[in-house]
Each structure stands twice: as C-alpha cells, then as structure tokens.
Design a protein around this ligand. Structure first.
Ligand SMILES: *Cc1c(COP(=O)(O)O)cnc(C)c1O
Length: 367
C-alpha cells in the first residue's frame, strides 16, 4: 500500500490540456510580468472572493507583509495573532517591525480563541490576524466586534481556506485587507509561488499595487519605497484555469473528510475535527488529535500511509523567536496541539477505498 499525504495526479491530469494551453499562450505572448494574465486572474479572484479588488503578489508571506505595511503598521505596534498557526503569519508581523502578541487556540476549532482576545489588548495594539486554520473559518462576527471595540484593523490570513465562509460571507472578505497563499499544496495552488491580497478599499488596493512593484504604478515613476513582490503572468494564467475547479475540489475535500469522520467517530482514542456553528470548513487539512501521535504516525508509515504534523513546533519555541523570551509552558494549549495533532492524507482524487484502508490501519493500531 502506498497512500501519499498529497497527490496532484487526479487534479492535474484533469486540467492538463488547459494548463498546457495557458503555458503556450503566455509563452507566445512574449510578455511575462505585469500583463493581462495577472489582471484577468485578479478580476476572477475578486469575483470568487466577493471583494471589490484582488491584487496578485509573489506568495502568501509577502501578501501578509504587504497587508500590514499598507496599513502603516510598524515598529512600536502590536499585532494580535494565534499562536497555533504556520510561522509565516508571525513572520509578516516581524518583517514590518511590529511585535506579535499571541493568543491560544480554541480547543474545539483550533482557531484563535475569541474568549481570550480582550486580555492581550494594549494601547499599542493595531491589528488582529485571524487565521482560518486547516480550512475552517474563524468566528468572524466575534472577531470583528472585538476589533471595532478597540479600533483595530482585521487582516485575515486566508492561506488555507479559499472558498470557505462564515455565516455565508467568504473568508478573505471580512478584513480591511486580507492575504492568501497559492503555494502548490494549498486548496488553490499555483505551479510555483503565488499569493493575493483582497480588499474592498480602492485606496489600499492602489497602494498595494504600487508597493508590490518598486513603489510604482507608472514605469520609472516611483512614489514610495516599494518591493518586488509581483505575481508573474505564467502563475496567474495557471491560477485562472484552476480557479474554475476550486469549488468542486473543495466539495470533494469535504466529502473525503466526511468519510474519515464517520469512520473514526466511534474511536475514543481520537479527537476528530469539530466544526463550529456558522463556520464552513473546506478541509485544507484533516487533523486529528491523538495521545501516541508519533507511534501512530510511524505505524501508518510502516503500512505505506503518509501523514504530516501541522505544526510540530509552535512559533514561540522556534529559535527565531528566542528573543521574545516565551518559555515552554507559556501556551499549554498550542504546545499540546503540537504534540498531539496529526494530518491524514487528503486531496481531491483520494478514493473512499483508500480512506477506508487508512481508517482500518488506525483501528489496527489501537487494537
Ligand atoms: C502557506 C501559509 C502561509 C504562507 O504562504 P506562502 O505562499 O508559502 O508564503 C501563510 N499562512 C498560512 C496559514 C499558511 O498556511
């Protein structure tokens, strides 16, 4: 048996002719940066995400960094962020010179615990970055209410939840500016690095367009000190093709997740995903909690089933954040999740038969 953690074969063979055509069109256009493919993708993505504007950028980390930058967040400012997230969310805060202020996850959803937001607010707090982790939308109404109360910006990290929604409103459309990643393994993935910023604010959209391109929206005229954080024509063309399939692929992810859930629900040793009322979950990852995580992971691996851990070391225990002086024990929930979480294989094309085999091997382990 060999069940990979992620397999592009089903998705990419389905769209191969369209991708090859998209490649040929860009190749033959002789125009590879700042052209019509990027603006076409931006239009389609804004429409998909229910926002006025989408601005293509180089990757998810740059999308987050530019989002904070365009809001004027910098040294001396604090940004509230979940401690249980991928490190890139935190890095973006550091890259603009601001200070991350961590909040523990909810033990039901693993997203930021909305009941612990109030206690971290100071006079320096400028923004909050909710992360729709694993594909489940955060409780956005509570987060927006909290942000309004303290005059904070909301910047969503929608890297794992393209197409998800909270109470019918799309993730990536709640914040003032929002970031997403199209890293290949994300629900909507490019064939290389790519990202996007979504917003309803025309001024911020214009500023981001400048910031990503040397501070310029007119060749050789530089208004501000910008970056090179552009999305390229090739990736934009591939993304336009894949965007037509994302809703179907998300539905397929949900169906696969439901097979795992019904198969594993009666196993007391395992905590299966909990979906909060009003939240949609597009299952970027199917994450279970187990006590003997490493043993189970090795047992599965010996049977040819490949799993991953998202994520094994929380940001505060990474060497990169030594200077914050946050010792082990500071965030017991996040540390517990890092020890117990396990992501099972999940990708469009994964069959019921293979999922049943994974479930069977998990039962074997506990017998
Ligand atoms: C993938 C990811 C990022 C970073 O995206 P890149 O395109 O790899 O830079 C940021 N935040 C979260 C939650 C992610 O999963």
């Amino acid at each position: 048996m060999n069940i990979p953690f992620l397999d592009f074969k089903h998705m990419h063979s389905q769209i191969r002719p369209e991708i090859i055509q998209a490649f040929a069109d860009v190749y033959d256009s002789y125009w590879y940066i700042n052209g019509t493919e990027v603006s076409r993708f931006e239009k389609h993505y804004a429409n998909f995400n229910d926002t006025e504007y989408a601005v293509g950028v180089s990757n998810g980390l740059d999308a987050l960094t530019l989002s904070l930058k365009v809001l004027g967040i910098g040294p001396g400012d604090e940004v509230v962020v979940p401690i249980h997230t991928y490190i890139a969310t935190v890095l973006s805060i550091s890259h603009v010179g601001a200070t991350p202020v961590f909040v523990e996850p909810s033990l039901r959803t693993y997203n930021i615990d909305i009941h612990q937001l109030e206690k971290v607010v100071t006079s320096r707090t400028k923004a909050i970055i909710p992360v729709h982790l694993y594909g489940q939308a955060c409780e956005m109404e509570a987060i927006v209410t909290f942000a309004q109360k303290y005059g904070l910006y909301v910047v969503e990290d929608n890297a794992q939840a393209h197409g998800s929604h909270y109470n019918g409103r799309k993730t990536g459309s709640w914040g003032i500016v929002n970031a997403a990643s199209f890293y290949p393994g994300k629900n909507l993935g490019a064939l290389g690095d790519a990202g996007v910023i979504t917003t309803n604010d025309s001024h911020l959209a214009k500023e981001v367009i400048k910031l990503r391109n040397y501070g310029s929206d007119k060749k050789y005229v530089n208004d501000i000190i910008g970056y090179n954080m552009r999305l390229d024509e090739m990736q934009a063309a591939f993304l336009t093709v894949k965007l037509n399939y994302i809703d179907d692929w998300n539905e397929e992810r949900k169906e696969i997740a439901s097979w795992y859930t019904s198969g594993l629900a009666s196993l007391n040793d395992i905590t299966i995903p909990y979906i909060v009322n009003k939240s949609d979950h597009v299952f970027h990852l199917y994450v279970i909690l187990v006590d003997k995580r490493d043993q189970l992971q090795n047992y599965l691996k010996d049977q040819g089933i490949h799993t991953l851990v998202h994520y094994p070391i929380p940001p505060h225990l990474q060497s990169a954040y030594n200077h914050l002086g946050l010792k082990k024990g500071t965030f017991p929930r996040a540390e517990m999740l890092a020890d117990k979480c396990l992501s099972l294989p999940l990708y469009p094309g994964l069959t019921k038969d293979l999922v049943d085999q994974v479930i069977e091997v998990i039962y074997d382990f506990y017998e």
